[in-house]
Design a protein around this ligand. Structure first.
Ligand code: SF4
Ligand code: SF4
Length: 449
């Protein structure tokens, strides 16, 4: 019997269907004829190409090296030929370097394996270097280089490693797939991270629909230092690191002598599994596990997709409807509409939602704010979305930032979800943040992003 912890204040209760066997299935996506690999796929500096156009490369081979601490290396997702090294739009008005790779159709596509790693034999510095060399970045909401986060965390000291097994978006099913198919990788990843951080304890936090799979996964592990399980009542957006730590700290976690919120560090389940998978087998990061969802697809579910695959190609493989109206990068609550489907799938992708035309047509028109306060009650950070919305309409961006803490908003979408006037609060906040950052950059004499 699980004891379900109480949650944070605010947020919303979304319908959480029970997990079905299909949620744990992962299908392999075939190679697209051309893979397009941006040299920067994360927050930080771009990698620097070490291959030339026309060169043949092996799957897993280094394509671009990291030249500073904020960069991660890039490896070939397929054995193939480098077709072009050039520039492409970064989707934010600038450009970024890109390597285009044509997979060789007749090749076995076995990944070239490097050295395998063992948490018992290697020291923390060697494991940290291995995480960096494998090209790993945060695969949940946090998309920065994992080695850089770890370096910072080592300085401040971490007592508890929190493995975030909470689905970030309704309708996404990466958590059951990871628990069912990558259990041993999760356990190894937790051990690698524990050694790097010097932390003794680890907690795996999941919500009720995933409790049985998580429990079975832990029971299968032969390691005695496996994480302890914390089962939480489903509540969106509980997977946000700040809220998760707050929830876990509210009551002591069984098996963890002292849960210190200040000394806890959260990693997504996907990141932990990827660290375990890559380091244990001497692999580099060449693909990503994503969910493809939405009424516009016949074969929704989880796919392992080679990096650089165009979104349109991936959707076509999942049986995309011929008249897709909108595709979201991310889930229904926090996703952004994609401008075009040629965009490549990169390391930080979690999933896409493809919608047919009639879904958007049925979106109701926004009306005036009726001051009901629903959005205020729903905001998990206790911001004041109604006031922020009013200021956004008046263009008073400075007041939004200075007086109403706009930058704290992490765009969870709860306020817009509950608003009976259908005011697109999140889109307004996103636009205001962009404007504010642009103004700040200009004032500092920098080129706005
Ligand atoms: S989108 Fe921002 S303002 Fe709205 S509920 Fe979430 S954190 Fe609060
Ligand atoms: S929920 Fe909508 S209508 Fe109600 S106070 Fe907030 S913005 Fe206004």
């Amino acid at each position: 019997m699980f004891r379900h912890r109480t949650s944070f204040s605010g947020g919303i209760k979304l319908a959480m269907p029970d997990r079905i066997a299909a949620d744990a299935v992962v299908r392999q996506m075939p190679f697209a004829p051309l893979l397009r690999l941006p040299l920067r796929q994360h927050a930080g500096a771009a990698a620097v190409a070490v291959v030339r156009a026309g060169e043949e490369v092996l799957r897993g081979q280094l394509l671009a090296r990291a030249e500073d601490e904020t960069a991660v290396p890039l490896h070939a997702p397929a054995t193939g030929r480098v077709v072009r090294i050039g520039e492409q739009s970064d989707g934010a008005g600038g450009t970024v370097g890109v390597i285009e790779l044509a997979p060789l159709p007749g090749d076995t596509q076995e990944q070239a394996r490097e050295r395998t790693f063992d948490a018992d034999r290697l020291d923390a510095d060697e494991l940290l270097a291995a995480i960096r060399e494998a090209g790993i970045i945060g695969l949940g909401g946090e998309r920065g280089p994992t080695h850089q986060r770890l370096q910072r965390a080592r300085k401040r000291g971490v007592a508890v490693l929190v493995i975030n097994g909470i689905e970030g978006e309704p309708g996404f099913t990466r958590v059951p797939a990871l628990l069912a198919r990558h259990g041993s990788d999760v356990i190894s990843g937790a051990r690698f991270l524990g050694k790097v951080l010097g932390s003794q304890d680890a907690v795996l936090a999941v919500e009720k629909p995933d409790a049985n799979s998580a429990s079975a996964m832990l029971a299968d592990s032969e390691n005695h230092d496996r994480p302890v399980l914390a089962v939480l009542r489903p509540r969106y957006p509980q997977g946000a690191a700040e809220l998760l730590v707050r929830t876990l700290a509210r009551r002591p976690v069984e098996g963890i002598p002292a849960f210190n919120a200040e000394k806890a560090m959260v990693f997504s389940l996907a990141t932990v599994a990827e660290i375990g998978r890559l380091l244990s087998h001497g692999l580099t990061m060449t693909d990503q596990l994503i969910t493809l969802a939405g009424d516009g697809l016949r074969d929704t579910g989880n796919y392992r997709v080679p990096l650089g695959t165009p979104v349109g190609f991936a959707l076509a493989q999942a049986g995309a409807h011929s008249e897709l109206d909108r595709v979201l990068d991310g889930g229904p609550m926090r996703g952004h509409a994609l401008g075009h489907l040629d965009r490549p799938i990169t390391k930080g992708a979690t999933g896409f939602v493809a919608m047919v035309a009639n879904e958007q047509a049925s979106l109701p028109e926004p009306m005036a704010c009726i001051r009901c306060g629903e959005c205020v009650a729903a905001c998990p950070l206790q911001l004041h979305p109604a006031e922020l919305g009013l200021l956004a309409r008046r263009g008073e961006i400075q007041a939004m930032v200075e007086d109403w803490h706009l930058e704290r908003c992490f765009e969870c979408g709860c306020c817009a979800y509950v608003c009976p006037s259908h005011i697109p609060l999140v889109q307004m906040f996103r636009a205001a943040k962009k404007q504010s950052r642009r103004a700040k950059a200009l004032a500092a004499g920098e080129e706005p992003a």
